[in-house]
Write a protein that binds this ligand. Structure first.
Ligand code: 4NP
Length: 149
């Protein structure tokens, strides 16, 4: 199973989602993350995201931001988007129905209400990063329960 986590900048939410999912998923799963913008390409995750993950024993410091590519739609089985804008953007890049079906909203897939979003902590505080971590942590558990191993 290959899972791609996607947010806007690929420096806050999706790097955390990647790190958390990697820590929980079976070893033969392949997990990666990407952004819909290339503004932060090549950069490590935001320090606050790195710190928050580290507080929970997860090292995301070596990740690098990258924008989503058309190859991602072929390579990955599931593409989870952090918010509705990201979802719309990613869906618009899908080439056909097969690719479109791989794309969903992370929280909707983990049992939250329709259109539930992982809030962008970029302009927020460490508390916002911790809240995002908790959402992603519980959401990842719920997603893994639904995926047959
Ligand atoms: P992310 O957070 O999408 O969770 O990585 C953001 C990162 C950068 C920006 C916005 C959100 N930005 O405007 O540069």
């Amino acid at each position: 199973m290959k899972i791609l986590m996607v947010c806007l900048g690929n420096i806050c939410r999706s790097p955390l989602a990647e790190g958390i999912m990697k820590a929980k998923a079976p070893e033969d799963f392949y997990i990666d993350s990407a952004g819909t913008i290339s503004m932060h390409e090549g950069k490590h995750p935001d320090k606050r995201a790195v710190q928050t993950a580290a507080l929970h024993g997860i090292d995301i410091s070596q990740q690098r931001s990258r924008p989503i590519t058309k190859e991602d739609f072929e390579k990955f089985d599931k593409i989870y988007c952090m918010d509705v804008d990201v979802l719309a953007d990613v869906v618009s890049k899908a080439k056909n129905e097969d690719q479109r079906k791989k794309v969903s909203l992370f929280l909707e897939m983990s049992g939250h209400h329709q259109n539930a979003e992982v809030p962008d902590p970029y302009w927020g505080s460490m508390k916002d990063f911790e809240d995002v971590f908790q959402l992603l942590d519980r959401g990842s558990d719920a997603i893994l329960k639904q995926i047959p191993v």
